[in-house]
Design a protein around this ligand. Structure first.
Ligand code: ASP
Length: 607
């Protein structure tokens, strides 16, 4: 058979697709030189594209000139190899790759482009440090792991789009150059040249636009959209990130849950994971009491309040406040701990997190002193013999707090301090002893709706109430009359969707009446003028027949990160920024020219 590139180009194969059934047919492979092994008379070249790798053989005896050409190939050269697919000898089959049963016996080779010697090879398993990876992101993205992550991201996003579109949602774009919207972070600003001294803000989310779309009659909106927040960055934050943002008219929270459960089912299915719906639900108060967190990780047992197992005298002897909860944390299958490991438990969480709390990590000692009480505590918490039990109680009660007065907030601030300290210890222990309890090792996806969040949070610094979610969240009808008299007791129609201890997204039923919106601004300490100045356009829009509406936004990056089993958002964002908000590949941000600044009427102040 005569083979030639022109005639056989239509037979071009993807590098990962050749199988034993292709043996005996001609093929053209185009891709990168992943690896070259020179065994003298035989040169093996693994050619790679995004579908995988196939081995190409250059045999000196069959074609000396071609063999000579192949000896000049180097890593990451781009080549086209033409040849016949051949079954490998049984003893050379590579079971680790899908193409491992075949190889291409080269008849011709074209070097389409050369490559400088790369700082690291996409085919290597040992990774260079992350700075090098991010600087040469194009090389990093050639790695099969990154190719898989980006493919997963694509599939997940497509599944969500398909699902929502099928449910009658329209994807509608909203502006990036807009004015500040309050999601609690700093804005990224864009200076206006036409109106010197004025700035656009990049949206922290499309919150007000999606609400305005509801006022505009687009009753089901969604958008997979970039959001921008100038925050101090942590491992799971990026200055720009992607949300699955949606909004509907006339929904009860149940309807929002149903839509979200629907698209998450589709998204997880796209990643080969089937999930169970409906997700369990828990109020914020329950979550705080049982898990000391508003994003409980349900893979480990809940905490138990064992205060009633002790007598007031015993609690006094332990030097803990009898008015505060005494929380037992149970981590399964940890077994005996050494003295040192026990001592470490005290410092597992930061000082700020455990402020006001007392940690009793030596349960054996407690058992000696209070055998009966500890017996009850063991039974109440359901602890098994090899479970680790740690007790967290309240130390001295702090000074009176604003939220302590008046009507009941179900979880009082002081109790909350103990719950959150215990919750932090629980999470830290869960991580530390992951190898022992094994609950994180399986692909166990525990979703949860956390509902009825407090409407306001007390801002110690500003000495005022702040919106716990955002100021467009609707309070519960039953709490409307407490807006002024007891803000701490007001619950919001707000909900979070949580997965394995991570908040995937949050949303709410919104305020659709101008008079209520005004009350909320007032409760947040905003004067009428301030509210008008910041959100005048929105307050006005509310006056033109706004339907009841609500929605939610979920972090796409996070969802893909969890599905990919990745440790950082940077593994699933094609071109991410570092913890210092720098793009190392393009080297941004950078200073700009004096001429540009002048045009914008901007002068840089020396710090
Ligand atoms: N805009 C909100 C956020 O980004 C989500 C929502 O309330 O729909 O957190």
């Amino acid at each position: 058979m005569v083979l030639d590139f022109l005639g056989d180009l239509r037979r071009t194969h993807t590098c990962g697709a050749l199988r034993a059934s292709d043996a005996g047919s001609p093929a053209v492979l185009m891709g990168w030189v992943n690896r070259r092994r020179d065994l003298g008379n035989l040169i093996f070249v693994d050619v790679r594209d995004r579908t995988g790798v196939t081995q190409v053989v250059f045999n000196k005896e069959l074609n000396p000139a071609l063999h000579e050409k192949a000896s000049g190939l180097r890593s990451e050269y781009v080549i086209a190899a033409l040849g016949m697919v051949k079954k490998r000898d049984p003893n050379t089959i590579n079971k680790n790759v899908p193409t491992g049963e075949v190889e291409l016996v080269a008849k011709d080779l074209k070097i389409l482009n050369e490559s400088k010697n790369p700082p690291f090879l996409p085919g290597e398993t040992v990774l260079p440090n992350e700075e090098v990876r991010l600087t040469y992101r194009y090389l990093d993205l050639r790695r099969p792991e990154m190719q898989a992550n980006i493919e997963l991201r694509h599939k997940v996003a497509m599944a969500i789009r398909d699902y929502l579109s099928g449910q009658g949602f329209f994807e509608i774009e909203t502006p990036f150059m807009t004015r500040s919207t309050p999601e609690g972070a700093r804005d990224y600003l864009v200076p206006s040249r036409v109106q010197p001294g004025s700035f656009y803000a990049l949206p922290q989310s499309p919150q007000l636009f999606k609400q305005i779309l509801m006022i505009s009659g687009f009753d089901k909106y969604f958008q997979i959209v970039r959001c921008f927040r100038d925050e101090d960055l942590r491992a799971d934050r990026q200055p720009e990130f992607t949300q699955i943002d949606l909004e509907m008219t006339f929904p009860q929270p149940d309807r929002v849950y149903e839509v979200v459960e629907g698209f998450l089912t589709a998204a997880f299915r796209a990643a080969g994971v089937s999930i169970k719906t409906p997700f369990p639900r828990m109020t914020y108060d329950e979550a705080m009491r049982q898990y000391g967190s508003d994003k409980p990780d349900m893979r480990l047992p809940a905490m138990t309040d064992v205060r009633d197992c002790f007598t007031p005298e015993q609690l006094q002897q332990l030097n803990v406040d009898q008015g505060l909860p005494v929380m037992a944390i149970r981590i399964p299958k940890v077994g005996e701990l050494s003295r040192r490991e026990r001592d470490d438990i005290k410092t597992l969480v930061g000082e700020r997190q455990r402020e006001g709390a007392k940690i009793f990590e030596d349960v054996k000692r407690l058992e000696k002193t209070f055998p009966e009480a500890m017996g009850k505590a063991h039974a109440k918490s359901g602890a098994q013999a090899d479970d680790l039990l740690v007790i967290v109680a309240g130390g001295v009660r702090p000074a009176a707090h604003k939220s302590e007065g008046g009507v009941k907030p179900e979880v009082k601030q002081h109790d909350r301090a103990v719950y959150t300290a215990a919750g932090a210890v629980r999470v830290a222990l869960g991580q530390k002893y992951a190898a022992k309890h094994g609950a994180f090792a399986t692909r166990d996806f525990r979703f949860l709706w956390v509902t009825d969040f407090p409407m306001f949070e007390w801002d110690e610094e500003g000495q005022r109430w702040a919106a716990a979610h955002h100021p467009f969240t609707s309070p519960h009808d039953r709490d409307m009359d407490k807006l002024e008299s007891d803000p701490a007791a007001v619950r919001a129609l707000a909900y979070d969707v949580v997965l394995n201890g991570t908040e995937l997204g949050s949303g709410s039923i919104r305020i659709h009446r101008q008079d209520v919106q005004r009350k909320i601004f007032h409760a947040l300490g905003m004067t009428e003028e301030e509210a008008r100045a910041r959100f005048g356009f929105f307050l006005e829009a509310l006056e033109y027949g706004t339907p009841p509406h609500g929605g939610i936004a979920l972090g796409l990056d996070r969802i893909v990160m969890i599905l990919a089993g990745a440790s950082s958002l940077r593994e699933v964002i094609p071109f991410p920024k570092t913890a210092k908000a720098v793009d190392l590949m393009v080297d941004a941000p950078t200073p700009v020219s004096e001429a540009q600044l002048k045009e914008l009427g901007i002068q840089i102040r020396k710090p």
